[in-house]
Design a protein around this ligand. Structure first.
Ligand SMILES: Cc1cc2nc3c(=O)[nH]c(=O)nc-3n(C[C@H](O)[C@H](O)[C@H](O)COP(=O)(O)OP(=O)(O)OC[C@H]3O[C@@H](n4cnc5c(N)ncnc54)[C@H](O)[C@@H]3O)c2cc1C
Length: 392
């Protein structure tokens, strides 16, 4: 259980009601079509204030805490993991842009995002670089025409349909430099859809998260609109390397992903709890067979533990405390717990669990990506080892 403030409790109730009433009826069609129904989801989320959480009120946001973002992730994912990932960039990007730009993000860009009229995507991964972000080859070159972007991105959520992309790239002059130097040349660039030389690849067919679109992006001598790269300078005047800024952003995203996984697992838990009470075998409800009842008990414990880790990560992140280890622990534990819980949910439902008659097969398919994206489980463990001083 989270320990929620009054404001956080209100957000939780608002999103749960919205998800049940408005998102639930959209799930089946979106799973079949493989399309995120952004027109029906994003403007409504904006009207509920869910796209401007953590954006300061003086910039037109509702303010609030990182835990509130996580509550949105969890409650939307409880209905549909695909919707939670389709909405992720819209929920996270406005406040991330404010952070990365040190509060200097252009008002029209921010307004269009928080109103849900423009859908963003976050493009870090490349065909040849996922876990090792320092190995990305997408580059920006300073020319007389302005900054020019070249390269490709892969596996980008909302890639096929977004309006604006936050693209990680390296400055051309350090692209072949040693790692240390390359990290200083990393930055995040705002790239609108439709620029000359910017093409979108085919959507990817996936195991799960089918109501969110994923795809490739190609940049061939794309001249970027004027404006500074994000993540190289902060408003307080402190220079911050692009890599450091990207890592901060990843911590933020990882907390969202951890909470998203909890939402999927919560749905699987609720379905299982209900099922073990009504399904009978050997003259009693299957929940009365200890082997089955214990599975549900362990689901409850894992959910509580995962939420406690997420809450701790959020509190430290908001306090500005270094929390790479705590965030990695939350991401690792919550995403792996979701895989275990959804797997047990299928087992508890027997043959029905394996069929599309019940939603647990979808929860099972959707949960798996949690241990892969935003840093795999192995990378989270590597971070924990590093923070424990194992590599000093
Ligand atoms: C559905 C989906 C949506 C996605 N959406 C986005 C998005 O919106 N934006 C974005 O930028 N990316 C996105 N991604 C990409 C995702 O973040 C990457 O897939 C992830 O970071 C892993 O990178 P990789 O797939 O290249 O794996 P690799 O880096 O090739 O890793 C392969 C395997 O090697 C292991 N490995 C690698 N290095 C180490 C090491 N040092 N120690 C131990 N093991 C290691 C990994 O853990 C993994 O098991 C998405 C991916 C998926 C599947």
């Amino acid at each position: 259980m989270y320990r929620l403030s009054e404001e956080e409790t209100l957000i939780q109730k608002t999103v749960r009601d919205f998800a049940t009433r408005e998102l639930g009826p959209l799930v089946a069609e979106a799973e079949c079509s493989g399309r995120f129904p952004r027109e029906q989801i994003l403007p409504r989320m904006a009207s509920l204030g869910l796209l401007s959480i953590c954006v300061p009120p003086e910039l037109g946001g509702v303010g609030g805490s990182t835990l509130m973002l996580c509550i949105v992730a969890e409650e939307v994912a409880r209905m549909s993991g695909g919707f939670a990932i389709g909405a992720m960039a819209s929920v996270v990007a406005p406040s991330a842009l404010v952070k990365l730009s040190g509060g200097k993000v252009a008002a029209p860009v921010l307004d269009s995002l928080v109103q849900g009229m423009v859908m963003p995507a976050m493009a870090f991964t490349e065909p040849g670089a996922g876990s090792d972000l320092m190995a990305i080859r997408t580059k920006v070159t300073k020319t007389d025409r302005g900054l020019v972007l070249d390269g490709s991105k892969a596996f980008i959520s909302n890639g096929p349909t977004a309006d604006v992309y936050l693209v990680a790239a390296v400055r051309a002059e350090v692209i072949d430099a040693p790692r240390e130097e390359r990290t200083k040349g990393l930055g995040v660039y705002v790239v609108p859809r439709g620029l000359d030389g910017f093409t979108i690849g085919k959507p990817l067919h996936k195991l799960g998260m089918r109501s969110s679109e994923t795809g490739e992006l190609h940049f061939d001598s794309v001249v970027l609109p004027a404006g500074p790269s994000l993540g190289s300078t902060r408003s307080d005047g402190d220079k911050k390397s692009g890599m450091r800024a990207m890592m901060d952003l990843l911590d933020y995203n990882r907390l969202y992903i951890a909470a998203l996984s909890i939402g999927i697992a919560q749905a699987a838990f609720e379905a299982s709890l209900e099922y073990v009470k009504q399904r009978r075998a050997f003259d009693k409800p299957i929940g009365h067979h200890q082997a089955t009842g214990f599975k549900v008990a362990r689901m409850a414990v894992k959910l509580d533990a995962a939420r406690a880790l997420v809450q701790r990560g959020c509190e430290l992140y908001d306090a500005g405390v270094r929390c790479a280890r705590e965030v990695a622990e939350a991401k690792l534990y919550a995403t792996e717990a979701a895989v275990e819980i959804t797997g047990e949910a299928v087992q508890i439902h027997g043959a029905y669990g394996y069929s599309q008659e019940f939603p647990v097969e979808r929860y099972f398919r959707d949960a798996k990506v949690g241990t892969i994206w935003e840093g795999t489980s192995e990378i989270q463990q590597q971070i924990i080892c590093r923070e424990l001083g194992l590599y000093d």
